[in-house]
Design a protein around this ligand. Structure first.
Ligand code: IMP
Ligand code: MG
Length: 191
């Protein structure tokens, strides 16, 4: 009998749930309230700009935008990385830039996971060149043990250990982004 070969893309239903959709919703609601409180007094007159990092942050951004009860608008950037996670220089390139100027605006970069930090430190540097009134970072997940460059988020959904996760926008090989909860992908494919 041949040995059973593990499925490359096991069904998400077989993976351990790290955070359920309900837990995520509660945490995102709390982050939205915190942002509402902190930006509510600013009276800049213009909506906050949420800048999502495609594609992983799309679902978190969609929920966060609606959990913030002061005016906000959004834009997206897309990056690609060369041999990421093993390089300590900012080996990231911009594939899609923001559509609208952010000079003088209060900006929050929205990411799915802060992992090595290469992506967000590159994007933060890039966005600061546009001279926003302020720039903060919101990330759904934070894996502090994986950091290669010093960067912290201002708003963190959950800190997680060194596990590879999927769902709530996050993928493995473009699969599982639509899974409503965050689950642990077996056998940590990248690290
Ligand atoms: P970094 O902080 O530059 O290493 O890159 C973070 C990006 O790597 C995230 O935006 C994700 O796209 C991807 N990533 C890191 N860890 C995971 C994971 O556990 N699951 C899915 N994507 C991940
Ligand atoms: Mg991402």
């Amino acid at each position: 009998m041949p040995t059973a070969v593990p499925a490359v893309f096991p069904p998400a239903s077989e993976m351990e749930v790290l955070f359920s959709a309900d837990q995520i919703a509660a945490r995102v609601a709390a982050l939205g309230q915190q942002i509402t409180t902190e930006y509510g007094g600013l009276k800049s007159g213009l909506p906050i700009v949420l800048i999502g990092v495609l594609k992983g942050a799309a679902i978190f951004l969609a929920d966060l935008a609606r959990a913030i009860s002061i005016d906000n608008t959004f834009d997206f950037v897309s990056v690609s990385s060369y041999g990421r996670a093993r390089v300590s220089s900012g080996a990231v390139k911009l594939i899609k830039d923001i559509d609208n100027p952010i000079e003088g605006r209060h900006v929050i970069l929205v990411e799915d996971i802060l992992d090595t930090g290469l992506t967000l430190s590159y994007l933060r540097g890039l966005m600061l060149q546009h001279k926003p009134a302020s720039l903060k970072i919101a990330t759904c997940l934070d894996k502090p043990s994986r950091r290669l460059v010093p960067i912290e988020a201002d708003y963190v959904g959950f800190q997680i250990p060194n596990e590879f996760v999927i769902g709530y926008g996050m993928d493995f090989a473009e699969i599982y982004r639509n899974v409503p909860d965050i689950r642990i992908f077996p056998n940590n494919p990248t690290h």
